[in-house]
Design a protein around this ligand. Structure first.
Ligand code: FAD
Length: 478
């Protein structure tokens, strides 16, 4: 049994098998070890209902978890019965309707594997495929497809089980208020059981990369990316090398090919080990950072897992062809850190386009004043969405930071201070910040970034009057 003061030993009475009895759970930050009542892994809908009933009958709270990649305790609560949704992972494709219905615990990897043989692809997804569909719908994730924007725009409907065990099918037409709160609702309204998503054609792209001065990014993005309808996906890496820190960038674009290319089978990625080596080099200091950036800029394109058709390769020796699904078939390999003295923490800020470059100046200044080390920085583009906790509220460039901190009190304090400074800077510039990561911000800052915060929590209380669903986000800000 767990060691927290809130833990009561009622697990003997659990009407089924607990995947884990007592003990603790943690998340991707490795900094949120939380003692829980236990973990149940439902394999059918009825198991979810049983778990909720057991929690209600025994005065327990419930936290819902996908693959545990949030970084601030969003999928746990002290003493909670944790629903590990990974046992609910069926994927059903409707080729005629061009939709896929995915149980919440399935990963995007499983979705890509299911749709690819049918010549179809997801309309958008996060940029790594190991995350669960339920967990990413619950944060309204986004990725490389800047035209689609965030996941919410690609959801036709979803089914959610509320605290009383009743299942609601919700969409923009059916119970829209609930739909808009569940998407991006951090598991506080109910348990998402499955989600019906739009599919699009699988395509073959030409992947190009181009090194630019970061100050030119807004113009380059507008002229060469957004205004070119053939460009379907994009991301940009910023330099983390001391000599060009945040001043130099590599813009990657995926351009749809005019000539129909046969879409090849999905292949496992091959360059993870090299990428991880390069990233770990960056932890060693300025020299390592310089080598890492040179490798990203000059070497990585040559070891990238491209699918290059023979004819195209003959025509265009430098071209790198990649299928849409292959581009998104990206595991965590590159990012998984096996060094236990450090942990890697993500931040993400959403800036009005004209505020990105000024915010980078704020960032450079703050990095100089803190110990946390910037391992990776990238830019994506998102649009406003109609969900209650919308992070974009307009056309935004999103800046994703991948930072390394020491696993120590001092490391935590440094990261907390850095986060607060960057959140304040983003808000000053009319920007916002993403909520799945560490929560070193104040309630006022969350309310400023998310103007419908109070409505969101009021709706939660209406649908969950017993406050069955709890996590760190609700404890801190609810
Ligand atoms: C290395 C890394 C890369 C990332 N890349 C991206 C990216 O490219 N784009 C992006 O937008 N985000 C990205 N993220 C953030 C990521 O999308 C979120 O952390 C997401 O929540 C992870 O999904 P998960 O399955 O791990 O969810 P968890 O961390 O397990 O849960 C997250 C939240 O969802 C809730 N939840 C989970 N399942 C359900 C369910 N079935 N019903 C109701 N609520 C549920 C939980 O209660 C919790 O509040 C990344 C994170 C990491 C660590």
């Amino acid at each position: 049994m767990g060691d927290g003061p809130l833990i009561r030993d009622v697990s003997e009475a659990y009407p089924g098998t607990l995947h884990q009895q007592g003990g603790t759970v943690n998340d991707a930050s490795c900094l949120n070890r939380t003692a829980v009542y236990g973990v149940v892994r439902p394999h059918q809908e009825e198991d979810v209902r049983t778990a909720l009933a057991h929690a209600r009958d025994h005065g327990l709270v419930v936290s819902v978890a996908g693959t545990g990649h949030s970084m601030g305790g969003q999928a746990s609560h002290p003493g909670a019965l944790v629903l590990d949704m990974r046992g609910l992972d069926h994927v059903r494709v409707d080729q005629d309707a061009r939709t896929v219905t995915v149980q919440a615990g399935a990963t995007w990897h499983q979705v890509l594997e299911a749709v690819h043989p049918m010549g179809l692809s997801v309309a958008t997804m996060p940029s790594i495929d190991v995350l669960s569909v339920g967990g990413t719908v619950s944060v309204n994730a986004h990725g490389l497809d800047f035209r689609a924007g965030s996941l919410s725009s690609t959801i036709r409907s979803l089914r959610v089980m509320l605290a009383d065990g009743v299942v609601h099918q919700v969409s923009r037409e059916q119970e829209p208020e609930l739909f808009h709160a569940v998407v991006g609702g951090y598991g506080l309204l109910g348990v998402i059981l499955d989600v019906e998503l739009d599919l699009v054609d699988s395509e073959v792209y030409r992947l190009d990369s181009r090194v630019i001065d970061t100050h030119d990014f807004p113009e380059v993005f507008s002229a060469d990316v957004a205004d070119d309808p053939a460009v379907r996906m994009t991301y940009t890496h910023l330099s983390t090398s001391p000599s060009t820190l945040l001043d130099e960038a590599i813009v990657y674009t995926y351009t749809r090919l005019e000539a129909a290319e046969p879409v090849p089978q999905l292949q496992a990625r091959s360059s993870d080990r090299f990428g991880r080596l390069v990233l770990n080099l960056a932890r060693t200091g300025d020299l390592g950072q310089g080598i890492k950036w040179s490798a990203q800029r000059d070497l990585l394109p040559h070891v990238r897992g491209c699918t290059q058709s023979r004819n195209e390769a003959l025509r265009q020796a430098e071209a790198c062809l990649v299928g849409r699904n292959q581009a998104m078939f990206e595991s965590l390999g590159l990012l998984s850190n096996r060094l236990t003295q450090y942990t890697d923490i993500l931040h993400e800020y959403f800036l009005p386009p004209d505020q990105l470059v000024p915010f980078l100046a704020d960032l450079r200044e703050q990095l100089g004043a803190h110990h946390a080390q910037l391992l990776n920085a990238s830019i994506r583009s998102v649009h406003a969405s109609d969900i209650t906790l919308d992070y974009a509220q307009g056309e935004r460039f999103s800046l994703v930071l991948y930072l390394s901190q020491d696993v120590s009190e001092a490391g935590n304090a440094d990261m907390a201070h850095l986060t607060r400074e960057l959140v304040a800077a983003a808000l000053r510039r009319g920007g916002t910040f993403y909520l799945p990561y560490q929560q070193h911000y104040t309630r006022e800052q969350v309310a400023q970034a998310y103007p419908e915060l109070d409505e969101f929590f009021a709706l939660k209380r209406r649908h969950d009057p017993g406050l069955l669903f709890q996590n760190s986000f609700f404890t801190r800000f609810g």
